[in-house]
Design a protein around this ligand. Structure first.
Ligand SMILES: Cc1ncc(COP(=O)(O)O)c(C=O)c1O
Length: 416
């Protein structure tokens, strides 16, 4: 027998093993100053491409005003319990009504956090007789929800519709035996690759396999579709999505989330979603602030237009300069390079310290060894100058990487 806490030795954790030398810089970096494309990191100004603020609403003067006024008027304590018991208000109900109308669903339920919401939706919707079929590149909240499931689950390779159909055949056979149903789970926009989920192809299989579709559209809400209602609108299949989820953590630049569906489904969730029944409801400033954000997202398309202007300039500029940005169809922009983990760290150190550009670094073990992804998230408040500066910098960086400049055992950050 061992002491339970022996496993807390960080050397055993896949990310934690790097904590001693990567912490504070590559992991848990501390950005300073006011939020925006131009921030400060380690006391130096940086151009930041790592903000979950697609539409630039985080610092919109109307948003800041309403957030402040709501915090003043209501405080953070109110309401004082779970929605079902003592945490319901007319504001929560009104926000749900507006969201439902915007995403063309009969009803919507607010969630305190997206991650817990997704987990809890999966937990509530399926029981041990039911079968889950899900995309292999799904977000951790989906994977963790699937782990809670007591019945069978089948995974299909990312966006592989042929294989999905194979899994659906297996799922249907099983569900016919158990008397259960089938839940297919995918994303509207995949947050690492920027790919859209093939929702149109997926819904085309609904009739044959009689499944329900749950879509996590965290990155699609506000960024995709003619009105910004998301990937379902973009692909013309919003009405075929049985449970539509998004978080307030991206385009809405806040905290909270929601799930929409027909009235019967949302009523069921209100009485069965453990993450909401047993947790305090969203504080009033977040609810009132979300209403202002939704108004700007819905009624002011210039934010989405700006986002796409920057996205197109960034993505076409990178492509024209020979960069591999994969198959993205959304603002998410992965720059895919080859190199080792130490090379990646040296390169990002150089990028931050000497070129003043901050973006996320994705390396092994999150992705396979030998691949480096620099992930850029454009926003409506970046400028074309920011794009130009970034592309010029990335060109220099790539030629250094190709010339082996970053091929050193030790990590430059240790030499500070
Ligand atoms: C695809 C996806 N689903 C769910 C979540 C979780 O949302 P939240 O941050 O509101 O917990 C995120 C991250 O924010 C996400 O990217």
């Amino acid at each position: 027998m061992t002491d339970l806490f022996d496993k807390f030795d960080m050397s055993q954790s896949s990310l934690g093993q790097h904590a001693d030398y990567l912490e504070d810089y590559f992991m848990f970096p501390k950005l300073e100053g006011a939020l925006g494309p131009r921030m400060s990191f380690n006391g130096k100004p940086v151009l930041n491409w790592s903000l979950n603020n697609y539409l630039g609403l985080a610092n919109h003067p109307e948003v800041r005003r309403v957030d402040g006024e709501a915090a003043n008027e209501w405080g953070l304590a109110y309401p004082m319990g779970a929605r079902m018991m003592s945490g319901n208000t007319v504001h929560h109900i009104e926000l749900e009504r507006q969201l439902a109308s915007f995403i063309s669903k009969e009803d919507v339920m607010l969630l305190n956090f997206g991650y817990q919401g997704v987990l809890s939706i999966i937990d509530a919707v399926v029981d041990r007789r039911d079968v889950i079929v899900y995309d292999a590149e799904s977000h951790a909240s989906i994977l963790d929800g699937v782990r809670l499931h007591m019945g069978k689950r089948f995974v299909f390779p990312h966006n592989n519709i042929e294989n999905l159909e194979k899994q659906l055949k297996r799922a249907k056979k099983l569900a016919d035996e158990t008397g259960g149903g089938i839940l297919v789970i995918t994303e509207g926009v995949f947050g690492m690759s920027g790919n859209l989920g093939k929702l149109d192809k997926i819904v085309a299989l609904k009739e044959k396999y009689n499944f329900r579709l749950f879509v996590d559209d965290a990155h699609g809400f506000g960024t995709m579709g003619a009105t910004g209602a998301g990937a379902g609108e973009e692909l013309g299949v919003q009405d075929q999505i049985d449970l539509y989820f998004s978080t307030f953590a991206k385009s809405m630049a806040s905290i909270g989330a929601f799930v929409g569906g027909n009235a019967r489904a949302v009523k069921f969730l209100r009485y069965n979603l453990r993450s909401q029944i047993f947790a305090k409801s969203l504080p009033m400033p977040l609810v009132i602030g979300a209403m202002k954000r939704l108004e700007l997202l819905r009624d002011h398309s210039e934010h989405k237009d700006n986002l796409w202007k920057i996205t197109k300039a960034l993505q076409s500029g990178l492509r024209e300069n020979g960069f591999n940005i994969g198959t993205t169809q959304s603002p998410v922009t992965p720059v895919i390079l080859s190199g080792s983990v130490p090379e990646a760290c040296n390169m990002v150190y150089d990028l931050r310290e000497n070129y003043g550009i901050f973006c996320s670094l994705v390396i092994y073990p999150v992705i396979p060894k030998g691949i480096i992804i620099l992930r850029l998230i454009p926003t409506a408040v970046h400028t074309l100058e920011d794009v130009k500066e970034t592309i010029a910098t990335f060109k220099e960086l790539k030629s250094k990487l190709d010339d082996g400049v970053y091929l050193r055992e030790e990590i430059l950050v240790l030499e500070k």
